[in-house]
Design a protein around this ligand. Sequence first.
Ligand SMILES: [Zn+2]
Length: 69
Amino acid sequence: MYPKAPSSESVAGKGAREIDDVMVQDPYCEAYFPKRRAVHLNFEGQDLQFCSTRCKDEFLAAQLEKKDQ
Ligand SMILES: [Zn+2]
């Protein structure tokens, strides 16, 4: 026999699984994407998350240009 589970608990469990796939924003292209797919960069003590290695590279290039001016 299966143990009787309250229906409210199964709803809460489903919600927790959805929260696990949290969305983050790319600081370069400003797109939102799932955090588990993020490309991480530690930049001046900040942990930044990009949607792709290309955005990470272009963000870094933009920061270097800013420093030149
Ligand atoms: Zn991006």
